[in-house]
Design a protein around this ligand. Structure first.
Ligand code: EPU
Length: 437
């Protein structure tokens, strides 16, 4: 079994390049299905989830070439694409569900496996289904698959989301681009990744207004055209390194993401005693220009109070890093999780490092200790895994994080980047322990 082995304490110093957002690029790739011809997506991170989406689009009949070093995906979409997203792929990557809207809109039918449970809560899909039904599709569950049909094509309508769901907003906006007439989505999600997808759809010829607001209006068109689009930077990866600096008394410059994508995060980092500087436009590794910022942590951070919220609130995906920071901070910190009901498996692992965390409903109350103590821990999801690695920076001795495939789903070059920032971390093979049977 491969694990990440880190010897602490250590702090992060230097600069790190962050490429495009996982949670944008996967949907941009799904959106390519809406147009016949070759779509090119740039600033693509080299992560496992992109490979899974490449596989899914290939199985749908697209010819996909992916250059992870250059960060470019080219997708040739034929006139007739397949309509089935297999369970094997949807189970491996929940974001596969984002082909449901594009396939229903363009092929008038889709068979997409239901993802089932995962480590961070039940994550329903009722709004995806109800929205497509409002657009005129029939959607039912058959043998574990969503079966959507819209033989007469989709038609515009008014959709009021119960909650600003990222995935439902994306699926419904994509579907509505090819519906007849006008669709108005209220209580829509406003995440930068939604803005990115809407921007690409507009470049493709879609008519969308209210992008980045809670009220998105889409006027359907007959067809979209393929384009070349650059993925927005990954604010969650950027936030991960920012917390790494704050938690480890480090000094890290993040290139490729601007602070305007992390409004609440910068405020909370400053509350912890860190200095956060907006660097504005700076040169990026790929020769282009993009935004950047710098975070300088204090020797012992102050504990912070954070409530996760849809954008522009504090992102749930940075929750493990807040708990990690609070676990070594001065004072008692609070994290209230308002999006996912079961994002606490991370906490049990953090406790193995000596963190003092009490869970009460959706609140994590953390009493900071001066230092953690290295141990073997297991990642249960992408962010939990990265959170355990960062906590290991403040733990004396060796911390070994298993379940690293979770981390590699969303972080490119994680070990190489942390090593570049001065962390003594390596990827090693750990001998399997007990064997039964
Ligand atoms: N929800 C429903 N019904 C629905 C849709 C959502 O009840 O039809 C609930 C979910 O159960 C959850 C809440 O609404 O409690 C938020 O879910 P949302 O749909 O907004 O999230 P998502 O689209 O499933 C994306 C990201 C997540 C990120 C969330 C919130 C992708 C692939 N995933 O998930 O990212 O946490 O938005 O910002 O875009 C990650 O990257 O590690 C990750 C989990």
């Amino acid at each position: 079994m491969e694990v990440f082995r880190l010897t602490g304490p250590a702090s992060l110093h230097g600069s790190v390049d962050v490429r495009g957002a996982k949670n944008s690029v996967l949907k941009l790739m799904a959106a390519s299905l809406l147009a016949v011809g070759r779509t090119t997506i740039t600033n693509v991170p080299a992560i496992l989830d992109v490979r899974i989406m490449v596989e899914l689009l290939g199985r749908l009949g697209c010819v996909v070439d992916y250059d992870p070093d250059a960060g470019i995906v080219g997708i040739d979409v034929p006139a007739e694409v397949g309509i089935q997203a297999d369970y094997e792929l949807v189970r491996a990557m929940r974001a596969s569900i984002s082909v449901l809207g594009p396939l229903t809109a363009r092929m008038k039918a889709a068979h997409v496996a239901l993802p089932g449970g995962d480590a961070i809560g039940s994550r329903g899909l009722d709004m995806h289904q109800a929205g497509l039904e409002a657009l005129g599709a029939t959607v039912h569950l058959e043998h574990g698959y969503f079966v959507a049909t819209a033989q007469a094509g989709l038609r515009g309508t008014e959709i009021a989301l119960d909650f600003p769901s990222v995935g439902a907003t994306e699926n419904l906006v994509m579907a509505a681009t090819l519906a007849r007439g006008e669709t108005v989505i209220s209580n829509a999600a406003k995440e930068p990744e939604i803005v990115d997808i809407c921007t690409m759809l507009v470049e493709m010829g879609a008519k969308i207004t209210g992008i980045g607001t809670g009220l998105i209006t889409i006027t359907g068109v007959d067809a979209l055209r393929p384009v070349t689009h650059r993925t927005v930077g990954d604010r969650i990866v950027a936030g991960t390194y920012a917390f790494g600096a704050a938690l480890s008394a480090g000094d890290v410059t993040v290139r490729g993401v601007g602070l305007e994508l992390l409004p609440n995060v910068a405020i909370k980092l400053r509350d912890s005693g860190a200095v956060v500087d907006d660097l504005g436009d700076i040169p990026l590794a790929d020769g282009t220009t993009g935004q950047g910022f710098r975070v300088i942590g204090t020797r012992r951070p102050r504990s912070i109070r954070v409530a996760t919220m849809p954008f522009p609130g504090f992102p749930t995906d940075l929750q493990p890093f807040v708990i990690g920071l609070n676990s070594v901070a001065d004072g008692v910190g609070l994290l209230s999780e308002n999006l996912f009901e079961a994002r606490w498996r991370f906490v049990q692992e953090l406790a193995r490092l000596g963190a003092k965390v009490r869970i009460d409903g959706n609140h994590a109350l953390v009493t900071g200790v001066p230092e953690l103590s290295g141990a073997e821990v297991e990642a249960s999801d992408i962010r939990a895994g990265a959170g355990l690695v960062l906590a290991g920076l403040r733990a004396t001795g060796v911390t070994e994080v298993s379940g690293i495939d979770h981390i590699e789903r969303g972080y490119e070059n994680f070990v190489a980047n942390l090593r570049k920032l001065g962390a003594p971390i390596e990827r090693v093979v750990r001998a399997e322990g007990l064997r039964f049977g």
